[in-house]
Design a protein around this ligand. Structure first.
Ligand code: IPE
Ligand code: IPE
Ligand code: MG
Length: 249
């Protein structure tokens, strides 16, 4: 494939509806959804993507019923345990963004351990967005920036988009090229608000537990067929060929 995205973000949505459609408890959808995470991560690694970022639990998801939150935390704990060797064997670096201090110790501890142990891996960065909100992330970056200005470490006249972006927890990742949301909903739900600035958006009518590598391949194929203009004209993007045409006319 010629034009692979460097960084793919995924809003993994539809677990609850997937289960309810089958007359099963919502948690069963989350459980099968974890299998999709494994398959998609493996496929992304095999394709050679630089980074994938998975929206696993939002800042707003804490307001769900307590037993669903508990069930999700148990699944996360199990995931971190079960995926350790897969992550280490495949040179994947685990990264996490969000208000991680809100996570229970049963998740926070294995998460910190695996982040540390995989820090030297150079294959692909797998970022889990946990207890994450895009607005919260931007506010935290603004607060850190303000502290540096107050401490005299940063001249406010030098603040531009690049400098601001350096305060975000995604600073070392490439910009998101492709955003996929499953379940048919067409919204961002407070995911990477800054980082999605020029992402191609894809809304897929498949519930997350059914989303497997073939769906990812289809998305990548569509991505390769899109023209990204970044504010330029189509002719500019097409490059010298079109310039020649324009000159001939
Ligand atoms: C996504 O599936 C997983 C999380 C938000 C944790 P949902 O649980 O939102 O499933 P639906 O959207 O209710 O079907
Ligand atoms: C977004 O899904 C969060 C995750 C996938 C983790 P939600 O199901 O929470 O989003 P809304 O409520 O449909 O906007
Ligand atoms: Mg949902």
């Amino acid at each position: 494939m010629s034009a692979l995205p460097r960084h793919v973000g995924i809003i993994m949505d539809g677990n609850g509806r997937w289960a309810q459609l089958r007359g099963q408890p919502r948690l069963e959808g989350h459980r099968i959804g974890a299998e999709s995470v494994r398959d998609i991560t493996r496929a992304a690694r095999e394709l050679g993507l630089e980074a994938i970022t998975l929206y696993a639990f939002s800042a707003q998801n804490w307001a769900r019923p307590a037993d669903e939150v508990r069930g999700l935390m148990d699944l996360l704990r199990d995931y971190l345990h079960d995926e350790r060797s897969e992550i280490m064997d495949n040179q994947i670096r685990l990264h996490a963004i969000g208000d991680l201090d809100r996570l229970p110790a049963s998740v926070k501890q294995p998460l910190d351990a695996l982040r540390q142990d995989s820090a030297g891996n150079r294959g692909m960065v797998l970022t889990l967005a946990l207890s994450y909100g895009g607005r919260e992330s931007l506010a935290a970056a603004a607060a850190a920036l303000a502290r540096d200005v107050a401490a005299g470490k940063l001249d406010p006249r030098t603040i531009d988009a690049d400098r601001f972006g350096a305060y975000l927890p995604t600073a070392e990742l490439p910009p998101v090229d492709l955003l996929i949301r499953t379940s048919g909903e067409q919204r961002i739900s407070n995911f990477l608000l800054w980082e999605l600035a020029y992402a191609e958006l894809m809304f897929v009518d498949v519930m997350w537990p059914d989303f497997r590598r073939n769906h990812l391949y289809q998305c990548l194929e569509q991505f390769a067929g899109r023209e990204r203009r970044f504010g330029l004209t189509g002719a500019q993007v097409a490059g010298s060929d079109s310039d020649v045409e324009a000159g001939d006319a």
